[in-house]
Design a protein around this ligand. Structure first.
Ligand code: SF4
Ligand code: SF4
Length: 334
């Protein structure tokens, strides 16, 4: 447990958390919507500091990050809590709960985790993932700083629902972001996730302007966010505001947690892939072994990387990640 970084003291021992756009105002002993920030005696504490719920060595393609050291792995860790309430959350057992009592005293130090990450063969560094890592802000910042000092890279897999100040700070210590853009309508964000779209769009612009690596993920849920016109508007917004060369993953959904809608049909993913490809150079279909996800050079069409799920074969680039036929630089982190 540690004092939180972003909050303001109000009258009568009330505190206002300023980490995310919910701006929870908490009386003494109250906990925020994320389950992991609590007012104790007029001071806001982060309850999940140092608490690790999950750790694994994952392929970068699983984050998903396809254009950040393709074919390598990353030591991935998560904690408890999330500031959203997605009905379709695949990690609800750790995201929709606070830190279990038995885990409160079971803290890892940043040094322990960085040493574990550094010992992994073929791994680029550390990924903060599984639950929402922005609600782990203080620990992520500390671990990421130490990880950088040890020559490792840091990755954040996030919903992007965080205020600009803390996000700017994270762009100083995080090298690559995988951000969910769950839909292109405020209505979906409000009813399906109990949050809002506009702060996520702002976060995407901040990350893009920071120069850090960014990939975007859209989970397509039949009947909820599969409106073609809205999807096309989203692709157009990405191209105009983040660049035509943005990396965009269209992901298939399976019923889970509170969501009972049927799984995304492959034909829908294919149709959306076609629409997105009219606007963006790098579009992939995730969560489905039916589709190859090759990276082709947008200039000459050369196949640079062949992929199926997590099997990666790099055969069309030079040693710097440029196309070996026309020389176009495609991968900045290779
Ligand atoms: S981080 Fe948690 S406590 Fe802070 S505003 Fe967001 S939901 Fe509320
Ligand atoms: S943002 Fe991610 S972790 Fe949080 S509830 Fe939604 S799907 Fe789950």
């Amino acid at each position: 447990m540690k004092v939180a970084s972003y909050y303001r003291k109000l009258e009568n021992s009330i505190v206002r958390c300023e980490l995310c756009p919910h701006f929870c105002q908490l009386k003494e002993d109250e906990t925020g919507k994320c389950h992991v920030r609590q007012n104790r005696g007029g001071v806001l504490y982060t309850l999940n500091y140092g608490c690790v719920s999950s750790m694994n060595l994952d392929p970068l393609e699983k984050k998903p990050l396809y254009h950040f050291f393709p074919g390598k792995t990353v030591f991935s860790i998560g904690t408890y809590g999330c500031n959203l309430k997605c009905r379709f959350c695949q990690n609800c057992k750790i995201s929709q709960v606070g830190v279990p009592a038995e885990e409160l005293l079971n803290e890892f130090t940043s040094r322990q985790l960085v040493m574990m990450a550094a010992a992994k063969k073929d791994s680029v560094g550390l990924a903060f993932t599984y639950n929402e890592p922005s609600v782990w802000f203080e620990f992520v910042e500390e671990v990421a700083e130490l990880s950088h000092a040890s020559g490792l890279r840091n990755i954040l897999v996030t919903n992007g629902f965080i205020n600009p100040g803390p996000l700017q700070r994270l762009t100083e210590v995080i090298d690559a972001f995988s951000v969910d853009l769950k839909a292109f309508g405020e209505d979906f964000y409000r009813t399906q996730t109990q949050s809002a779209l506009s702060p996520v769009l702002k976060s995407l612009e901040i990350i893009r302007n920071s120069g850090r690596h960014l990939e975007i993920v859209n989970l397509v849920i039949p009947g909820l966010n599969d409106d073609e016109l809205q999807f096309e508007m989203m692709c157009e917004w990405i191209a105009q505001n983040l660049g035509k060369n943005s990396v965009f993953h269209i992901s298939g959904y399976f019923p889970t947690y509170k969501a009972e809608e049927p799984a995304t049909p492959p034909e829908l993913l294919q149709r959306f892939h076609l629409i997105a490809s009219n606007y963006l150079d790098f579009v992939y279909i995730g969560n489905s072994s039916r589709f190859a996800n090759n990276t082709c050079c947008p200039a000459c069409g050369n196949i640079l990387v062949s992929r199926r799920m997590y099997n990666v074969d790099i055969h069309g680039t030079d040693e710097n990640g440029s196309c070996n036929q026309c020389g176009l630089p495609v991968f900045q982190n290779f």
